[in-house]
Design a protein around this ligand. Structure first.
Ligand code: ADE
Length: 236
């Protein structure tokens, strides 16, 4: 079986890549795909670049060219839920696109005809992730993640998204990966660690914490892979 692990930025995949002795690099369509092995499992690690378009492109290539059968996304998010603090782990129960707006035609925010506002992530992987969190003694919460092509750093936008989508955190890629996976019937999982609280200090917090946070998410993803193998959720 072949699985993919995506981050949005180089910083989000580098600490994970360091956990493998060697890789095979495939350059395609402006991205670098790092092929690694863990036992019998083939893993492709890649950073998509920021935003929904690049995330859609990368996820589609992973499934259609590389034939990956599962996508795990690891990255950072801004908190909307006041209970979430910088450094907290969140896994997406479902995701939506907060910047889709055809309300002029009487639709809800985030709704696209013949699709849905929310897309649910894979329940089984989430369940394994929770057992990993217990094992590593990290607290993890599950919530709605809202995606859009903006880095949010002001209260008006923050509360608009939080209130309209009942969202707990926001990012710039998950909603796009979810659309690709849902339409191609591929299980996906989203892990995000809070890097900021989407307020006026968001950019400063983001830069300050990104390196520390991505080390934590790499350790978690590595354990998750091991646990998925152990629990035979990966067909290898
Ligand atoms: N990812 C991390 N922080 C974010 C923010 N404030 N807005 C959008 N995406 C983010």
């Amino acid at each position: 079986m072949k699985i993919a692990i995506i981050g949005a930025m180089r910083e989000e995949i580098e600490p994970l890549l360091e956990k493998f002795d060697k890789y095979n690099l495939v350059e395609y369509g402006g991205n670098k795909y790092y092929e690694v092995r863990y036992g019998n499992l083939e893993i492709i690690i890649v950073y998509s670049k920021i935003g929904k378009v690049f995330a859609t492109f990368t996820a589609t290539i992973l499934l259609e060219k590389f034939r990956c059968e599962m996508i795990l996304f690891s990255g950072v998010a801004g908190a909307l839920n006041s209970k979430l603090k910088i450094g907290d782990f969140v896994i997406a129960s479902k995701v939506c696109q907060h910047d889709v707006d055809i309300t002029k035609f009487g639709h809800d925010y985030g709704y696209i005809p013949e699709s849905s506002v929310y897309i649910e992530s894979d329940k089984q992987i989430r369940c394994v992730a929770k057992s990993v969190a217990e094992k590593l003694d990290v607290s993890i919460s599950e919530g709605i993640i809202a995606t859009g092509d903006q880095f949010v750093g002001d209260d008006e936008m923050k509360y608009f998204i939080k209130n309209n989508f009942c969202a707990d955190a926001l990012d710039m890629e998950s909603g796009a990966v979810a659309v690709v996976c849902k339409n191609l019937d591929i299980p996906f999982f989203i892990l995000r660690i809070i890097s900021d609280t989407a307020n006026k200090d968001a950019d400063i917090n983001f830069q300050e914490f990104i390196n520390e946070i991505t080390k934590k998410s790499a350790a978690f993803m590595f354990e998750l892979i091991k646990e998925l193998i152990k629990k035979q959720k990966l067909n290898i």
